[in-house]
Design a protein around this ligand. Structure first.
Ligand SMILES: Nc1nc(=O)c2c([nH]1)NC[C@@H]1CN(c3ccc(C(=O)N[C@@H](CCC(=O)O)C(=O)O)cc3)C=[N+]21
Length: 340
């Protein structure tokens, strides 16, 4: 069984070369700065650009901020944040996400470590990999890509990740602390953290507002509701057994949709002027698209966009923020480990 720990991907390969042959210093440039953003419906959409939340652009800004901090940490403290990404099996979507996470690490100057395991790996073997990363001082964050194959207990694996390295924020101790007043988790889960970061960077008021979270997953809906509540929103969660989700959603100033059903949230669920954050990523058949499908969220973008004051597109909304928050959590972890 191949258990090869790869060499760091993000090492500074140019450091010893003469300046003239060095690659240009990293600059993360938003796609929007060089070319029109390929927003999901830029050609056909009737949602005006002024309502669009540019998650990709905001994520790029955050990544540049992180890159600058990493450069400082390296220069002043000889500290390089390291992220370990564990992938089990060969799901195409997981492979894509893992690739983009490693690329994002390299771009901000992190080292990344990867272990790819076959789909039939035993739980014990996977636990050994987690234990090795727990013990490795170069590694400040460990991410085991979900979902895992059915024969492996997700719970057992997530519980095994050291909470000091739980940059996904999925450990029950981290989630538990998130749910308690007067306590702070070591890490907040990346996707809901990214949703709140969008609201805060756009100066959307949260305190005293009504918020509706659609979906109650451990990794998005539930922590998103907790984060909104910690910021003094009045939060309602709706889910598959809620009788009148549309009516409850219709009272909310802020909607976070994370139900995992393509375009389930209709235009008439949205209170006029509400801010809509769409966490969903679903493939929808589209014969006019090159690949035969296009990505849509959990919200009917056109109809909701007509009523919302602000709305995230899919892609280009929450997705890029998830990765930016993963980098932020890993940086924070490296700082905490080294006390810088
Ligand atoms: N342990 C673990 N942690 C995770 O954080 C985790 C996971 N497992 N399993 C799967 C989900 C999904 N996820 C995404 C990350 C980035 C984009 C992203 O960057 N999306 C872009 C591109 C979308 C595309 O083109 O496919 C966008 O929305 O614009 C999407 C989804 C992290 N997840």
């Amino acid at each position: 069984m191949a258990l090869a720990f790869q060499r760091p991907v993000g090492r500074p390969a140019t450091a010893s070369r003469p300046a003239s042959r060095r690659a240009p210093a990293l600059r993360i440039v938003s796609a929007a700065a060089t070319a029109p953003a390929p927003s999901p419906s830029s050609s056909a959409s009737s949602v005006p650009a002024s309502k669009l939340i540019d998650g990709k652009g905001i994520a790029d800004t955050i990544r540049s901020e992180i890159a600058a901090e990493v450069a400082q940490l390296k220069a002043k403290h000889n500290l390089t944040p390291g992220l370990a990404v564990v992938l089990v099996g060969a799901r195409k979507d997981s492979e894509t996400y893992v690739r983009s996470k490693k690329k994002a690490c390299a771009e901000v100057g992190f080292d990344s470590y990867g272990t790819d395991l076959p789909a039939d790996v035993s739980e014990e073997e996977l636990l050994k990999v987690v234990a090795a990363y727990n013990a490795d001082p170069r590694v400040h964050g460990i991410l085991v890509q979900l979902p895992l194959p059915k024969h492996i207990s997700e719970k057992r694996i997530l519980d095994a990740i050291s909470i000091e390295k739980d940059v996904d924020g999925f450990h029950p101790l981290n989630i538990g602390a998130l749910a308690m007043r007067g306590r702070d988790p070591l890490f907040v889960p990346c996707t809901p953290k990214g949703c709140i970061e969008l609201l805060e960077r756009l100066k959307v008021p949260i305190s005293g507002r009504t918020a509706c979270v659609i979906g109650r997953s451990n990794i998005v809906g539930m922590p998103a509701a907790l984060l909104l509540q910690r910021r003094d929103a009045t939060v309602t969660m709706v889910h598959s057994k809620t009788p009148d989700a549309a009516k409850i959603c219709g009272e909310a100033d802020i909607v976070i949709a994370a139900c995992g059903v393509a375009e389930m949230v209709k235009g008439d669920w949205i209170k006029p002027g509400a801010v809509v954050i769409d966490v969903g990523i679903n493939a929808k058949d589209d014969p006019t698209a090159k690949k035969g499908y296009r990505l849509v969220g959990d919200v009917d973008f056109e109809a909701a966009g007509a009523r919302a004051s602000l709305i995230t597109p899919v892609p280009g909304g929450v997705g890029p923020m998830t990765i930016a928050m993963l980098l932020q959590n890993t940086l924070e972890s490296a700082r905490r480990a080294a006390k810088h």
